[in-house]
Write a protein that binds this ligand. Structure first.
Ligand SMILES: Nc1ncnc2c1ncn2[C@@H]1O[C@H](COP(=O)(O)OP(=O)(O)OP(=O)(O)O)[C@@H](O)[C@H]1O
Ligand SMILES: [Mg+2]
Length: 224
């Protein structure tokens, strides 16, 4: 699928921009081939240093996660990687959870389905680690949850040694705490006391990792 796409013919073949690029974010194109739509997360337009360090690293991490998650319902398909710099992904029709909460009428069952999905993902030996960011969860037109943006994910396998195993488990809990965060925002009345506790206990580790990531992004933004 999408074999004819190259980094250089993308601007000609695309049929829309899903997300505009910034100095530290890729451009996301929409493409269509024989009636199938895909999005292309493309770091090749970012400046040289960012593209060849963070860009390549994130594409490598994200493609690895999609390969591990192949066949999981609720995770888009990875069609291909172009030159280590762009991911061609199944387009999920719907919207991300980052928009204003007003007007969003999401039933409580959506969050149960999201929890089941996150458990299936953990069952494949992967923790997402960036679910706190609401734009990484999508509500499909079918009303089902989808999870995207796997650049920060970690695998149980690479965290299998004693202390690392604890860290992995903590991130698994943090993925669940992220679902509670979404519930607190959209349907706070449905949050159970147990969930509230889980959210309050979200880890210092998770906050530290986010702080480091945001700081790195700032540094990149300054030098780009
Ligand atoms: N497979 C997809 N199907 C539909 N929309 C998508 C898909 N992948 C990305 N998008 C849209 O593009 C947005 C950004 O994608 P993604 O999170 O992968 O990139 P990002 O650079 O990490 O952006 P951000 O920093 O805002 O999280 C998503 O919130 C979603 O709206
Ligand atoms: Mg994202």
């Amino acid at each position: 699928m999408f074999e004819s796409l190259t980094l250089s013919n993308l601007p000609r073949k695309q049929c829309g921009i899903v997300q505009a690029p910034t100095s530290t974010r890729p451009i996301i194109w929409r493409v269509e081939e024989r009636g199938t739509r895909a999005v292309v997360k493309d770091f090749s337009r970012n400046r040289f240093l960012f593209r060849n360090t963070a860009g390549r690293f994130l594409v490598w991490r994200e493609s690895r996660a999609y390969r591990l998650l192949e066949g999981v319902k609720g995770v888009p398909r990875l069609y291909r990687v172009i030159d280590g710099l762009a991911l061609v992904l199944e387009e999920i029709r719907g919207e991300n959870m980052g928009g204003p909460k007003e007007g969003k009428n999401i039933p409580a069952t959506f969050y149960d389905a999201l929890r089941d999905l996150v458990e299936r993902i953990h069952g494949k030996g992967l923790a997402h680690c960036d679910l706190k960011k609401a734009t990484n969860t999508l509500i499909g037109e079918d009303g089902e949850p989808y999870v995207i943006d796997w650049g920060a994910s970690i695998s149980e396998r690479e965290f299998r040694f004693p202390i690392l195993r604890l860290i992995y488990r903590r991130f698994v809990l943090d993925d669940h705490a992220a679902i509670v965060k979404l519930k607190l925002r959209f349907i706070p009345h449905a949050v159970t006391p147990k969930e509230r506790l889980l959210y309050q206990n979200r880890s210092a580790m998770e906050r530290l990792v986010r702080k480091i990531r945001d700081r790195l992004r700032e540094i990149f933004q300054r030098i780009m």
